[in-house]
Design a protein around this ligand. Structure first.
Ligand code: AMP
Length: 206
């Protein structure tokens, strides 16, 4: 199976070919068509399985098919437990999206927020953020969620272990009801299932 049979368009296939990816990994084969179809998804996947590309590639495809971005709006939100993961995921977005003109940013605490705020003024297609800083920015009205199309919870089990559940719930309360939800977790514990139940509609499980 090749990337082109999964429903991804030429600029994205060219980007993965540049990275010498010859074939999609198992999670990519399963997740990409589900995400492109617009369904919600729960994916049990460890780091190293290619899980980042399994949601970033179809996300790029979907957002690229219709360009519309307004100031202080984001179209996709990827929540991650740590700054390191946020930076890593955003680097992947840049690599996989290098032939597209979608915008992305990693946003996390512990650094001056002025630059993040400045960039949010024009809107960002894909924002990768840690929960605390995101909530802080929302409280400051530096961004609005009314045009959000897709929510991704990456490493959900780690976010719960790190005590982000209240922040995540507060973020979810602010999101539009009509949206696509994707949750990835190395382990699907009862806590992860409870979070999924609150945030996800009839997901496909992989
Ligand atoms: P991840 O599980 O998302 O952390 O990805 C693990 C590593 O696999 C990363 O270094 C990716 O660049 C790489 N990778 C992802 N998809 C593929 C693929 N289809 N073929 C080869 N390498 C890949």
């Amino acid at each position: 199976m090749s990337f082109s049979t999964l429903g991804l368009s030429e600029p994205i296939i060219k980007a993965v070919t540049d990275l010498a990816y010859t074939e999609p990994t198992d999670i990519q084969k399963q997740a990409i068509p589900v995400i492109l179809s617009g369904k919600d998804l729960i994916g049990a996947a460890q780091t190293g399985t290619g899980k980042t590309a399994s949601f970033v590639l179809p996300l790029l495809e979907k957002l690229n098919s219709e360009r519309k971005l307004r100031g202080k709006r984001i179209r996709a939100l990827i929540l991650t437990p740590t700054r390191e993961l946020a930076v890593q995921v955003e680097e992947s977005i840049n690599q996989y999206g290098k032939y597209l003109s979608l915008s992305s940013m990693a946003m996390y605490g512990g650094v001056d927020s002025a630059l993040h705020k400045q960039r949010l003024i024009w809107g960002i297609d894909i924002l990768v953020a840690t929960p605390g800083r995101l909530l802080d920015m929302a409280h400051q009205r530096a961004l609005h969620f009314d045009e959000l199309e897709v929510l991704v919870l990456d490493e959900a089990d780690r976010m719960l272990d790190m005590g982000f559940i209240d922040d995540i719930n507060k973020i979810i309360e602010r999101l539009p009801l009509q949206r696509q939800n994707l949750l990835f977790s190395a382990t699907i514990s009862n806590e992860v299932r409870a979070l999924a139940k609150r945030s996800i509609n009839a997901p496909v499980e992989i």
